[in-house]
Structures are given as C-alpha cells and as structure tokens.
Design a protein around this ligand. Structure first.
Ligand code: APR
Ligand code: PHB
Length: 390
C-alpha cells in the first residue's frame, strides 16, 4: 500500500494531523498499536488553549467542543489559607482557555475520521519505520500474523513518549534533555459537581493540590504524593481527607465528595528530544516532548507541532516548497522550549520539594508573593497559560 503520509500513533496529535491533511486532499494512514477502546479509556488533562481549539475547528471537529466545553477566563491560586484569582482574560488581552476533556476531544477526532472514511489501523503490532534518509521511506507492521508494508513520502512519529519513532533516530543524532521531579500526582475523577467554577491550584506545606473539572457533573482532583506511594495505598476516603487538608477552610467546606471512577498516580517529567526530524521522519507531540501537568501544556504543546507540520506538508504538496519541512524542527522547538520553561516554572512555584534548602523554600514563597502582587508578573503567567502564539 502507498500513501503520502504515514502517521504512527492514533492519539490526539496523529488524529488531528491526519484529519487536517485529509481535508486538503493529502492521503494518510494512522497506525495505532492499541484498540480504539483502550485509547478512549485514557484519562488525560482537560484544558485547551485557544490555538488548539482553533485547529480543532479548522479540522471540522470543533462542534461538540464548542457546545460542551466551558470557557474559563481565569483560575485561582490557594496559599496560606486564602484564594487569589488570576484573571487570564484581563491580563492576556481578552483570551481564555476552554475546559474540555482530552478523552472527549480524541473521541471527536475518531468520529470525524470515521465520517471521512479515514484510513487507520488499530492493534498494529511491531510498527517499524524504515529507510528514513532515503526518498522512499516505508513503515511495516504486523496484523493478524501478517506483515504489512506501507510505502510513503513522509513518516510522522506521533506515537507518544514510549513510541518507536523517536527511538529510530540514531543515538549520535538525537539529543535528549530530561528532568524528573521527586513526586507524582495522585488523580481522582468523580461524578460529582465541581466545587468551584474555576480551577484552583493549591500550594500547601503538605504538598500541591489541584481542583479541576471536566463538566458540571464530573470533577477531577489531584494531590502531590511521593513517588514511592502506590495507588492501592490510597482509599477514596484517604484521598478526600488529604485534599481537604490542603484546601483553605472555606473551600474545603464546599467540596462534594463521591466514589472515584478513576484513580491513578502519574510521575512528573520534563523532556525534550532534539532534533524533531530526521530524514523523512517528523516527530510531533509527546513523541518529542513531555511536560509536567502543572499549567496544562501537554496537549497544547502538540498544537504548534501539528500546525507547523500541517502547513509544511501543504507547502510541499501544493507549491513544491520544502522550506517548511526543512525548518520544522527548529521552528517547533523554539515554541516547545517556551512551554517547557513555563511548565517547569509553575511546577517549581507550587510544589513541596522534599530535601531542599530552607533558602529555596523562602525563594519559592517570595516568587509567589511577587506574582500575586505584580500585574506585570500576572501578565507573563496569563500570556503563557492561554498559549503563546504560533
Ligand atoms: N506503534 C503505534 N502506535 C503507538 C506506538 C507504536 N510503537 N507506541 C505508542 N503508540 C500510540 C499510543 O498507543 C497512543 O495512542 O501512539 C499514541 C500516542 O498518543 P499520546 O501519548 O496521547 O500522544 P500525543 O498524541 O502526542 O498527545 C499529546 O498531550 O496532554 C498530553 O500526554 C498527553 O496525550 C497527550 C499529549
Ligand atoms: C486536569 O483537569 O486534568 C488538569 C487541569 C489543569 C492542569 C493539569 C491538569 O494544570
């Protein structure tokens, strides 16, 4: 089989790119190693920057997102028993974010691909890219015991952090930058009414917490836990009790608890791989970079990769112009590093760091006091939180 673009990975990055290209008459195939049910069972973040929402609309996948997503013009920071509001709208020149679950967004993308009879393969085993530096690259995979070969012009590695694409770039070419944080987030999803219309990020001496939501009937909460904790150690009651302890009293009083419908611990990691292209392979999304979830940059960082890659492919196929493809890695990385910086900064600002100098704790406290007392600092935060332009 021959397609123009073979996309490895059917997460939001791969699906969105294939949908955008398809609408412009560029044929793609998406090879996904898991089943659709598995992909759609993953609970991920739920805050979209306006740039990502714009791409969803351009991909004709924005209808439900616009109907059911909630526009958030600000969020709150809880610290020392009080709440301080960050007015994103005011400080970013009228921008906001959209609260809409990534799981729902992925479902919308699958449905859009179905409507257009999009080419995708689930349960593709041993997906392997070949001949990346030739002008005839191809990808093989196994399905029902048979090996299938896809010839293509380009391969897009949108197969997440653990995927095969990044690993197929030679070690002497690839440079990886990584920071592992000494804690994780224990997250609970519950079918309860959110206790606050806005997200609340909590800095507390027992550790960070976050009150988030997916809709008016679905809440998402997190508490910072040591990496040694196991999810089985945390009963629902223990989780709610720990969350309440970290919230200002008045907020804790409003918390509506209920049985968890999902509970998991995620480690926090910052990671960037450079370059993001090698021969005819282009990496996008989590395959090339990971952020800690503080500040909700994960999926939003992928937005600019998809946008640049989409336009670079269009320029190639429509105008025979390869400059976008040649410049993709440098252009994508310039924005990626800014999202890295912001996620790292917000993580450092709000978490409790075990085994740290008291001096560093005082600096952290000063950073927060400065932020909350300075409109200029709040503007920097807002500009990054709603998403830097691309
Ligand atoms: N072959 C084929 N598919 C693979 C392979 C492989 N070897 N390895 C992984 N995959 C698939 C995964 O099963 C997953 O469905 O690639 C997909 C990658 O999806 P994500 O991990 O969701 O990454 P991405 O699409 O870049 O989405 C960006 O932003 O909020 C963050 O981490 C969050 O999912 C998120 C992301
Ligand atoms: C979430 O709702 O899962 C979420 C929201 C904001 C974040 C991180 C996660 O910064």
């Amino acid at each position: 089989m021959k397609v123009q673009v073979c996309i490895i990975g059917g997460g939001p990055s791969g699906l969105l790119l294939s949908q955008l290209l398809h609408l412009k008459g560029i044929d793609t195939i998406v090879l996904e190693k898991s089943s659709r049910d598995h992909v759609l069972a993953r609970i991920r973040a739920g805050v979209l920057e306006h740039g990502f929402a714009r791409l969803m609309r351009e991909a004709q996948c924005g209808e439900r997102m616009d109907r059911e997503g909630e526009i958030h013009k600000g969020f709150e920071i809880a610290h020392d028993g009080v709440l301080s509001q960050i007015d994103l709208h005011k400080h970013s020149g009228g921008n906001s974010v959209l609260v809409y679950g990534q799981t729902e967004l992925t479902r919308d993308l699958y449905e859009a691909r179905d409507r257009l009879d999009g080419n995708f393969v689930h349960n593709a085993e041993d997906v392997t890219p070949h001949e990346l530096t030739s002008d005839r690259p191809y990808v093989t995979y196994r399905s029902n015991g048979e090996t299938v070969r896809i010839d293509c012009d380009y391969i897009v590695g949108a197969d997440g952090f653990h995927g095969v694409s990044r690993k197929s770039i030679p070690k002497n070419v690839l440079r990886e930058y990584e920071k592992i944080y000494p804690f994780g987030w224990l997250g609970v999803l519950s079918r309860t009414k959110p206790m606050s219309p806005e997200l609340i990020y909590v800095k507390h001496e027992r550790g960070f917490a976050l009150c988030s939501l997916r809709s008016q009937v679905l809440s998402r909460y997190y508490v910072q836990v040591p990496l040694t904790d196991k999810v089985e150690d945390w009963s629902d009651d223990a989780f709610w009790a720990e969350l309440k302890r970290r919230l200002p009293e008045e907020v804790a009083g409003r918390l509506i608890t209920g049985p968890s419908i999902e509970k998991s611990i995620a480690p926090l990691r910052s990671f960037v791989a450079e370059p993001m292209s090698y021969g005819r392979l282009f990496l996008a999304g989590d395959a090339a970079h990971i952020v800690p979830p503080t500040g909700a940059r994960g999926l939003n960082s992928a937005a600019s990769d998809i946008y640049y890659l989409y336009h670079a492919m269009l320029a190639h196929y429509q105008n025979d112009d390869d400059s976008g493809l040649q410049g993709y890695s440098a252009k994508a990385l310039a924005r990626i590093w800014k999202a890295q910086r912001f996620s790292w900064w917000m993580t450092m600002l709000l978490h409790r760091f075990p085994d740290r100098l008291e001096y560093e704790d005082r600096l952290q406290q000063t950073e927060l006091e400065y932020l909350l007392s300075s409109e200029t600092a709040q503007r920097l935060l807002a500009e990054n939180y709603v998403g830097l332009p691309f």
